[in-house]
Design a protein around this ligand. Structure first.
Ligand SMILES: Nc1ncnc2c1ncn2[C@@H]1O[C@H](COP(=O)(O)OP(=O)(O)OP(=O)(O)O)[C@@H](O)[C@H]1O
Length: 302
């Protein structure tokens, strides 16, 4: 793995609050890596240590080969970071913001071209506070990605956006990754981690409790797939003999079958063989929410 970030036993506390107890992971060049966990899990503190914005208390951290505690300037020159909304004055206009930040990057960047690339030309004269939520996030992404940093850190990027704006923002993050930027994404949204991340570290109470691709995490730790359908007079008990099936229940007319991932097709064909073809046959696949529950005993929203 061509690691651009490596973190070993990182620890960070604020007076008597232990925010990050023991966090280790590596991020490979070119991936979208997610830190997923509930509020207060220590995600933001962790990425702030990586960006040289806070000093860790213990552990080893390397970002692009540099320890951010020793050379924060060197790290910050090569990374991009999403601003918090409060970091931009309400009356700052979009064009001015891009010009200001482009100048701060110290390289010759074409402001008109950037506005165009991010579909912000039409609102270039508009004050930041007058932008829609989606436009504000687009501006934050444009600023974070100015000069094509090698790594970009995005923290709760789509919080507060409607589903459509959220999806368009995800497309922009994927495009950044496809352009060669490694993305570190902090989120408490299970759907966001599942949709976007190549790999996810699930963080809880200052520790990484699981780390893998969303698909592997759910397959390994998420538990059974469940299938439901209207039995319509059919007794589904025979499905218990299908390889991979772990339970069969019938509540009123609704049958619920649970089992490992590869039993779905076998269950469907066992039904079809008996001439049962329910039009409402549905499968529920485990999600990262189920993984969080399995590893911590709590839900992400608790
Ligand atoms: N500057 C600070 N001073 C004191 N305590 C802090 C500070 N920043 C964070 N904390 C505390 O550290 C813990 C971890 O916070 P952190 O922001 O890192 O978690 P998080 O997973 O990013 O959660 P959130 O999404 O709520 O920001 C929390 O208990 C938080 O209250």
């Amino acid at each position: 793995m061509d690691a651009v970030i490596s973190v070993e036993h990182c620890r960070k506390s604020y007076r008597d609050v232990l925010a990050v107890e023991d966090v280790s992971f590596t991020v490979a060049r070119g991936e979208i890596f997610g830190l997923l966990g509930p509020n207060g899990a220590g995600k933001t503190s962790t990425v702030e240590c990586l960006q040289g914005l806070r000093r860790r208390d213990a552990g080893t951290v390397e970002v692009l080969g540099t320890d951010p505690d020793r050379r924060p300037d060197r790290v910050r020159r090569r990374i991009g970071s999403q601003l918090q909304s409060s970091a931009l004055p309400d009356r700052l206009r979009v064009g001015e913001a891009v010009r200001l930040f482009a100048a701060g990057r110290g390289s010759a960047l074409d402001v008109a071209e950037i506005l165009d690339a991010w579909d912000l030309t039409a609102v270039r004269g508009r004050a930041f506070a007058a932008l829609s939520g989606g436009q504000q996030q687009r501006l934050f992404l444009a600023l974070a990605l100015l000069g094509r940093p090698e790594i970009v850190f995005l923290d709760e990027l789509t919080t507060g956006l409607d589903p459509q704006a959220r999806r368009s923002t995800w497309d922009l993050v994927r495009a950044a990754r496809d352009n060669g930027t490694t993305v570190v994404l902090v989120t408490h949204l299970m759907e966001e981690a599942e949709a976007l991340c190549d790999r996810v570290a699930i963080v809880d109470r200052g520790r990484v409790v699981a780390l893998d691709s969303p698909g592997m995490l759910t397959a390994r730790l998420g538990g059974d797939i469940t299938m439901t359908f209207t039995a319509d007079g059919h007794d589904p008990a025979h499905l218990a003999a299908v390889p991979g099936v772990s339970s069969v229940r019938r509540t009123g007319e609704v049958a619920t079958v649970a089992g490992a991932g590869d039993c779905v097709v076998r269950v469907a064909s066992a039904l079809a063989e008996r001439g049962v073809t329910p039009s409402d046959f549905r499968t529920h696949h485990p999600t990262l929410e189920d993984v969080f529950l399995a590893t911590t005993g709590r839900t992400l929203r608790d």
